[in-house]
Design a binder for this molecule. Structure first.
Ligand SMILES: [Mg+2]
Length: 382
């Protein structure tokens, strides 16, 4: 019988960096003025500590985690599934999706980190073992800058990614069909025919516009068309899939297995993008992956966070089974945010490695990274 790891304390770290005017950028519906993060630190009696991260509004996540903490203090951190269900059951009535699930994700990731450290293995070993030790990374960027002309800025940016060795990249669209089509064409010309190019509308279109845009830019060999329409409209996703040629991706704002089950049943997307920091942590992600696998739908997780969230995603992606089964397996991508964010990787005492277009899966116990206390203090939100 394994030794227990009794939870003594759960606390959050809300981090903030105010972007300089020239660093500010826009997606289809929002302007980024700050880089926020909500990290979860779970400490056990005896000092064993695990870390997690919550996707989405940092202060609201922190408040929700604080509310959940009382349920878990005194319990065994290694009872991951019972702990998950205990919290979910108590918050279900108002919390099947949204902040409850993002907060619970951060706690769940921290508990898996503790379990890995307790048993002295990386999380991917606890999840059944890794299929790969490094993952091809695509660069996420190409937002609309606030202070510069979009087209020249995005072309310059993707050229940097190509020079850095990225074999794929994703740019943001949702700023109007004409403008988007011109930028997509310019980007394809800049990066050449061999690199993968994905587009992400951050649900800035409706089905009519998304279909027109997809038909218009398919000639530029687009890997996927992400979040063409708002995530609530699953039938509209089906329309977009049926009436334009680019594979459709989505899932970063769906939470919990029931939301994913509906999208999978309707075959709303070609590429499912659960975020381990949002969908319910490793515990829920593996159930979502099992459903997608059963339905024959690709999984390429969404990643948007600090080194903690990145390490969690790397652990998870390393365990995704190769599909379809064949000798030269298609590999899942790791989404590597390259937008301005000074503490994203600085946070990791032992930094993540990127070489030849691939990012290494940390092989230390748990998540395999440890936040640097000095960085936590330097970016602590007041
Ligand atoms: Mg996205």
């Amino acid at each position: 019988m394994a030794r227990a790891a009794k939870i003594e304390r759960i606390r959050t770290h809300v981090l903030r960096y105010r972007l300089k005017p020239e660093e500010k950028f826009q997606s289809a519906f929002s302007t980024f003025h700050d880089r926020w993060a909500c990290l979860v630190e779970v400490t056990c009696e005896g000092g064993l500590t695990g870390w997690g991260e919550c996707l989405g509004p940092a202060r609201a996540n922190a408040a929700t985690v604080a509310d959940m903490a009382g349920l878990l203090v005194g319990r065994d951190a290694l009872d991951i599934e019972p702990n998950w269900l205990l919290v979910y059951d108590q918050f279900r009535d108002q919390g099947q999706r949204g902040l409850t699930m993002t907060a619970l994700s951060g706690i769940d990731i921290a508990l898996w980190d503790i379990a890995g450290k307790h048993f002295g293995v990386p999380v991917n070993r606890l999840l059944g073992g890794a299929f790969r030790t490094s993952i091809p990374a695509y660069a996420t960027g190409g937002f609309r800058p606030v202070e510069r002309k979009r087209r020249e800025a995005v072309v310059e940016e993707v050229s940097r990614y190509a020079a850095a060795g990225f074999t794929g990249m994703k740019i943001k669209i949702g700023f109007g069909i004409e403008d988007d089509a011109a930028v997509i064409g310019a980007v394809r010309e800049a990066i050449g025919p061999d690199r993968a190019l994905m587009i992400d509308a951050n649900h800035g279109y409706d089905a009519v516009e998304a279909i027109r845009l997809g038909q218009r830019v398919a000639e530029f060999d687009i890997g996927w068309f992400e979040e063409p329409v708002v995530p609530e409209h699953l039938e509209a996703y089906r329309d977009v899939r049926a009436r334009q040629p680019i594979p459709v991706a989505g899932g970063e704002t769906w939470h919990g297995r029931t939301a994913f089950a509906e999208a999978i049943r309707l075959r709303a997307v070609d590429v499912l993008q659960p975020d381990v920091c949002g969908c319910g942590g490793f515990t829920e992600l593996r159930k979502i992956v099992a459903m997608a696998e059963t339905a024959g739908i690709r999984v390429v997780p969404h990643v948007w966070g600090t080194a903690v969230g990145m390490a969690a995603a790397l652990q998870a992606i390393s365990t995704l089974p190769p599909t379809p089964p064949r000798h030269e397996a298609r590999e899942p991508w790791f989404e590597y945010d390259r937008t301005p964010h000074p503490y994203r990787e600085e946070l990791a005492g032992n930094p993540l490695t990127f070489a030849d277009g691939r990012i290494g899966v940390p092989d230390g116990p748990g998540l395999g990274i440890e936040p640097d206390p000095q960085v936590l203090a330097a970016y602590a939100a007041e």
